[in-house]
Design a protein around this ligand. Structure first.
Ligand code: FAD
Length: 474
C-alpha cells in the first residue's frame, strides 16, 4: 500500500476513542450521522485501559484483602496473600471486556472505526498514519471534527518515566509484583489512590508532596479522614517537599527533595511513582492547519456547545480543560454530537461530581458553602456523621459525614460534600437533586431505604431544616 493512497469522506471525524470520543461517536451514529472514529492505541482511552477502571479494580482487590485481614472485630480471622500477577490478570480481564464492549457498541451504531494516528492536514482534512511498516496512511475529508485526544501524565525534570525505576500511573497499574518500597511524588487523587493500593499490597509507601496539603482542592475536613487513614496504613506523608531528582543506589534508588527553606532530604526506595498531574495531548495534531491554537497549557477553549474557535471543530474530554474527569468528557462528547446533528443541546457545569476512591472515599458536587456565599446565595448547611448511621456501623466504616448545601430562602439544593463509605455513589443523589431543582424539603421527604448509607443524605437535609431525628440539630 502506498502512503496516502486512500481518501475517504465523513460527516464527523472523531479523533481519540476515550470516554469523550467514543461517546461522541456512538451518539453521532445514533443521530444518523456518518461518523469515523480514529484511535491510535486502544479503544476506551486512558479511562478504560490505564485510568479509572484499572485503578478501581486494584483498589477493590487490595481492599478485599485488607478488609479480610483486619476483620477480627467482626469475628473473622484471615491472613490473605496477594498474588499481584493474578490481580493484574483479573484487572486486565475487566479491561478487555469493557474495551471489547465499546468497540461492539461503536460498530452497532454504525461508527466507522479506523486504527491509526490522526493529524489535521487542512481545514476539512485529516491524515491518518497506520502503524506498522508498509501500512501507509489515508486522508479523511470531514464536515465536522471532534478532538478527543485526552491527556498524558506530566513528566517532571529529572524523572523521565522508564517503567523500571521511575513509574507513571500507567506503569503502576500493571505491576509484575508489588515493590518492597515506593516513593510517590504527588498527593493528588491519583497519588493517594495508588498509595492505598500499594500500602495494602504490602509495599512501604512514602509520599512527597510539594504543597503543604494533600488532596489540594478538597476542603480540609474532607481530606483529613483520608490522610488519617493513609497514615494508619503506614504511609509516610511528607508535605512541603519538592522532588528534585533521583539516583540509583546499591539497594534501589534515592529520591532527593527540597523544602521551601531550601533544606534537602533523601528517601530510599525500590521505585518512584510520579503522579503530579496530567497535560492535554494537543501538540501532535498539527492544529495550525485547521486554524486552531491551544492555550498556554495546551488546552482547547470551547463554548457551551463544545465548539472551539473554529466553528466546525469541537473539543471534548481532557483536551477541553478541567476537570479532567471521564464523566465530564462523556457529557461533552454527547453534546458535541447532538449539536452537530442540529439538536438544541448545551453544556451546563453546575453539577459535575468528582470522586476520590481512597479510604474513606470523597464525593463532591455543586457548590461548597463558601462558593454559594460567593455566588450571592444565603447558604444553609446540614450534616450527618456516618457514626450515627446504622448501615455505616454494619459495614465497619464510620469515618466521615454527608454535608448538604442549600439556599436558605428558596431551599434549593446547591451542593454536597461527602467523605465516607461509598461517597462516590452517594454523591449522585445530591447531583440529581441539583439537576432537578429539588429543595431540602424534597430530599428530606423522600422515603429512603433503611438501613442504607443513602439515609445519611436525607438526614443531612433534615438537619439543614432543623428537624433531624437521628442526630442533634444545630
Ligand atoms: C490513574 C488514573 C485514574 C483515574 N481515575 C478516574 C476516575 O476514577 N474517574 C474519572 O472520572 N476520571 C478518572 N481519571 C481521568 C480519566 O481517565 C480521564 O479524564 C478520561 O480518560 C479522559 O477522557 P478523554 O476521552 O478526554 O481522553 P482519553 O481517555 O485520554 O483518551 C484519548 C484517546 O485518544 C487517543 N489519541 C490521542 N492522540 C491521538 C491521535 N492523534 N490519533 C488517534 N488517537 C489519538 C489516545 O490513544 C487515547 O486512547 C483517571 C486517570 C488516571 C490516569
Amino acid at each position: 500500500m502506498v502512503v496516502g493512497d486512500i481518501s475517504t469522506g465523513t460527516d464527523v471525524l472523531v479523533i481519540g476513542a476515550g470516554p469523550g470520543g467514543y461517546v461522541a461517536a456512538i451518539r453521532a451514529g445514533q443521530l444518523d450521522l456518518d461518523v469515523t472514529l480514529v484511535e491510535r492505541e486502544a479503544f476506551g482511552g486512558v479511562c478504560l485501559n490505564h485510568g479509572c477502571i484499572p485503578s478501581k479494580a486494584l483498589i477493590t482487590a487490595t481492599g478485599v484483602a485488607h478488609e479480610a485481614a483486619n476483620a477480627e472485630e467482626m469475628g473473622i480471622h484471615a491472613d490473605p496473600a496477594i498474588d499481584m500477577g493474578g490481580m493484574v490478570e483479573w484487572k486486565e480481564g475487566i479491561v478487555d471486556r469493557l474495551t471489547g464492549g465499546v468497540e461492539k457498541l461503536c460498530k452497532a451504531n454504525g461508527v466507522n472505526l479506523v486504527e491509526g494516528t490522526a493529524e489535521f492536514a487542512g481545514s476539512h482534512k485529516a491524515r491518518v498514519a497506520h502503524d506498522g511498516q508498509g501500512q501507509g496512511s489515508e486522508s479523511i475529508e470531514f464536515e465536522h471534527a471532534i478532538v478527543a485526544t485526552g491527556s498524558r501524565p506530566i513528566e517532571i525534570p529529572g524523572f523521565e518515566f522508564d517503567g523500571e525505576h521511575v513509574l507513571s500511573s500507567r506503569h503502576a497499574l500493571s505491576p509484575d509484583s508489588a515493590p518492597d518500597s515506593l516513593v510517590i511524588v504527588g498527593a493528588g487523587y491519583i497519588g493517594m489512590e495508588l498509595a492505598g493500593v500499594y500500602a495494602k499490597a504490602g509495599t512501604d509507601v512514602t509520599i512527597v508532596e510539594m504543597l503543604d496539603e494533600a488532596l489540594a482542592g478538597y476542603t480540609d475536613d474532607l481530606a483529613a479522614p483520608v490522610v488519617d487513614n493513609i497514615e494508619e496504613l503506614g504511609v509516610e506523608l511528607h508535605l512541603g517537599e519538592a522532588a528534585q531528582g533521583w539516583e540509583e543506589t546499591n539497594d534501589g534508588i534515592e529520591v532527593a527533595t527540597e523544602n521551601a527553606d531550601g533544606e534537602e532530604s533523601t528517601f530510599d526506595a525500590e521505585k518512584v511513582l510520579v503522579a503530579v498531574g496530567r497535560e492535554p495531548v494537543t501538540d501532535t495534531l498539527n492544529l495550525e492547519s485547521v486554524g486552531l491554537e491551544p492555550d498556554e497549557d495546551g488546552f482547547l477553549a470551547t463554548d457551551d456547545r463544545a465548539r472551539t474557535d473554529v466553528s466546525h471543530v469541537y473539543a471534548v474530554g481532557d483536551v477541553a480543560g478541567e476537570p479532567l474527569l471521564a464523566h465530564k468528557g462523556m457529557k461533552e462528547g454527547r453534546v458535541a454530537a447532538e449539536v452537530i446533528a442540529g439538536e438544541p443541546s448545551a453544556l451546563d457545569y453546575q453539577a459535575v461530581p468528582a470522586a476520590v476512591f481512597t479510604e474513606p472515599e470523597i464525593g463532591t458536587v455543586g457548590m461548597t458553602e463558601a462558593e454559594a456565599e460567593e455566588a450571592g446565595f444565603s447558604p444553609v448547611t446540614g450534616q450527618m456523621p456516618f457514626q450515627a448511621s446504622g448501615r455505616a456501623l454494619t459495614t465497619g466504616h464510620t469515618d466521615g459525614f454527608v454535608r448538604i448545601v442549600a439556599d436558605e430562602e428558596s431551599g434549593f439544593v446547591l451542593g454536597g460534600q461527602i467523605v465516607g463509605p461509598d461517597a462516590s455513589e452517594l454523591v449522585a443523589e445530591v447531583g440529581l437533586a441539583i439537576e432537578l431543582g429539588a429543595t431540602l424539603e424534597d430530599v428530606a421527604a423522600t422515603i429512603h431505604t433503611h438501613p442504607t448509607l443513602s439515609e445519611a443524605v436525607q438526614e443531612a437535609a433534615e438537619n439543614a431544616l432543623g428537624h433531624a431525628i437521628h442526630t442533634l440539630n444545630r
